[in-house]
Design a protein around this ligand. Structure first.
Ligand code: EPU
Length: 336
């Protein structure tokens, strides 16, 4: 374990933004993490894949990169299997591994950037499936005491792009491993999301396997979402806002085609990408940053953008959506 000083964080965030860390180290085991914590340098900032954060300034902190690897089957049953995955594993590589083994449950979440350890923090999800649907428990190390604790699915208090780790326990834990419960047979295929059904049909698939679904999701995502290797971004920048049916009805008076998803509590969720596009932002470039041409929910770095520039664009978008629709968008990414 070596602590480095004054390190560029550009390679560690998918937006490709320049910001420096006063102290930096990576760890590949719980013991190495504890060693880093024992240096007493504070505050501690944990990095996963850096795919959900906007660096708006240099970090006077001990920035730690989770490199804990490993995928192992901890228990097998007739129809399911429990798998423990190191927090530093790449999420998509884990999904590909599961699909290849014939284990079902994570295929709809193919190609989501980031690490396994970061996935529970915002309860990642796509195409009708969320992490909470497949997670059994996780192990985390307290950044305060260095002690290990197990969290069940229930204690994580998962919500839409939300968990305990974004609320009361924010910034207090490092998720070192996650246990998933995946199916070996009797897979619960989720093809209800419109785009998946359309893509499977276009691929000539009538009886989809988990591999067919993973392939379809990869096709959809690659066609709509920019690859951070070519164009810096953090996926969805904003959450899809939840609002009342009264506000939706008001919007429908002028926009009868407005898309929405009914929620169980009688409220509705309106796609932020649609609201942003209606305000004229889609494909718009402002300096070195902009709103992606194929999915307005994604902000991009055309090269050389600063975190402040991206933040300013985000706030200009929030203001115009608020003015036009009376809805306050909230960032999904963490502003640091
Ligand atoms: N839409 C527009 N204009 C746009 C973008 C979207 O009109 O520029 C409309 C679409 O036509 C569609 C609706 O908005 O009617 C929904 O669009 P899409 O299916 O692309 O999904 P989304 O609501 O924009 C969410 C997640 C994504 C996830 C997809 C698929 C959030 C914040 N985003 O996006 O997650 O992949 O659904 O399940 O919930 C992420 O969190 O980083 C992410 C990419």
């Amino acid at each position: 374990m070596t602590i480095q000083n004054n390190i560029s964080l550009r390679p560690f965030n998918t937006f490709g933004l320049e910001a420096r860390a006063s102290h930096f180290a990576s760890f590949d085991s719980v013991a190495a993490l504890r060693q880093c914590l024992r240096t007493g340098i504070k505050p501690v900032l944990l990095l996963g894949g850096g795919s959900n954060m906007l660096l708006t300034q240099d970090q006077q902190a001990l920035v730690l990169k989770n490199d804990i690897k490993g995928i192992r089957i901890v228990r097998t049953f007739d129809h399911k299997v429990w798998i423990e995955v190191g927090g530093g594993e790449n999420w998509h590589q884990f999904v590909l591994w599961a699909v290849q083994q014939g284990f079902g449950g994570v295929e709809n979440m193919s190609l989501i950037p980031g690490t396994v350890g970061a996935a529970p923090i915002q309860n990642i999800g796509a195409y009708g499936v969320e992490l909470k649907d497949v997670m059994l428990r996780l192990t985390a190390v307290s950044l305060e005491t260095g002690k290990t604790k197990s969290f069940s699915r229930k204690t994580c208090r998962f919500g839409y792009r939300d968990s305990l780790f974004k609320q009361t326990e924010k910034g207090k834990w490092c998720i070192t491993s996650v246990v998933f419960s995946l199916t070996k047979t009797r897979h619960k295929l989720n093809t209800s999301y419109g785009d998946i059904q359309k893509t499977l049909e276009a691929n000539g698939v009538t009886q989809p396997t988990i591999a067919d679904i993973s392939k379809a999701v990869i096709q959809i995502r690659s066609s709509k979402l920019p690859d951070p290797a070519n164009l810096g971004n953090c996926g969805s920048f904003f959450k899809n806002p939840e609002t009342t049916t009264a506000i939706l009805q008001k919007i429908q008076q002028t926009h009868p085609q407005a898309p929405f998803y009914p929620l169980t509590d009688g409220r509705v969720k309106i796609p932020a990408g649609w609201l942003i596009e209606q305000c004229g932002w889609k494909g718009k470039r402002v300096g070195n940053t902009g709103c992606y041409e194929k999915q307005a929910l994604v902000l991009v770095n055309y090269g050389g953008a600063t975190g402040q520039e991206v933040k300013q664009l985000a706030y200009a978008i929030i203001d115009s959506v608020k003015e036009k629709f009376g809805i306050a968008l909230e960032p999904e990414v963490n502003l640091l």
